[in-house]
Design a protein around this ligand. Structure first.
Ligand code: PEP
Length: 249
């Protein structure tokens, strides 16, 4: 039985005051919630502060990025070991915003996946197609290519204790979520694709849906058998909306 994971990606949003208000609200709203793992990924400068706020909570601390190196002359970068020391356990990699704005390739993202595994951190690998790729019927091919980059470098067992977030790019921040049936079809494809190499790995890997998940559409998405929670952007900035999503999972 897979335990769903609902993770909030704050992106480049927030302040100390906002972090305090949001975490206080989440702790209040989510006390006693079982059966779903909950994570939040604030901007890196607030990780230490949020970690302290979460010290009496089961909410998991996540990060939005990691470098491929552990130390050295890499100005501005943050290592897996530094994240771990700050209390982070889950790290988002391959988000479409980083693939687009920072030109991150599948191979570079696979290196990040590897450094996270080496440091016993859980990669949350974002994959998904553009609107044009979707309309051209290339969704499955794009997802397979993004997953195969990890398998080619690290082997399929790298997906043990890892998370995949299927995030169709056309659904991110647009208010236009995939329908539950659309998302389920892709999630099943992803699980079957991994199962061709290792059925056990495929059965346990968490596959989140991401893309305009909110307090209205979450429950229906979570009725689908291969949707194991959500990666949430905009709606994770409001404690009440995020709590509704978590409780739906
Ligand atoms: C995201 O950025 O990972 C995301 C899913 O954003 P939103 O929920 O705002 O679409």
């Amino acid at each position: 039985m897979r335990k769903p994971l609902v993770m909030g990606n704050w992106k480049l949003n927030g302040s100390k005051q906002m972090a305090l208000d949001l975490v206080t609200g989440l702790k209040k709203e989510l006390t006693g919630v079982e059966g779903c793992d909950i994570a939040i990924a604030p901007p890196v400068v607030y990780l230490d502060y949020v970690q302290k706020l979460l010290s009496d909570s089961k909410i998991i601390l996540g990060a939005q990025n990691v470098d491929t190196h552990l130390s050295g002359a890499y100005t501005g970068d943050i290592s897996a070991a530094m994240l771990k020391e700050t209390g982070v356990t889950h790290v988002i990699i391959g988000h479409s915003e980083r693939r687009t704005y920072h030109k991150e390739s599948d191979q570079f993202i696979a290196q990040k996946f590897g450094i996270l595994k080496e440091n016993n951190l859980v990669p949350v690998l974002c994959i998904g197609e553009t609107e044009a790729e979707n309309e051209a019927g290339q969704t499955e091919a794009v997802c397979a290519k993004q997953i195969d980059a990890i398998i080619d470098l690290l082997g399929v067992k790298a997906f043990n204790n890892a998370v995949i977030a299927y995030e169709p790019i056309w659904a991110i921040g647009t208010g236009k979520s995939a329908t539950p049936a659309q998302a389920q079809a892709v999630h099943k494809f992803i699980r079957d694709h991994i199962a061709k190499l290792d059925a056990n790995v495929a059965q346990q890997v968490i596959i989140q849906y991401g893309g305009s998940v909110n307090d209205k559409n979450a429950a229906e998405l979570f009725t689908q058998p291969d949707i194991d929670g959500a990666l949430v952007g905009g709606a994770s900035l409001k404690a009440d909306a995020f709590a509704v999503i978590v409780k739906a999972a």
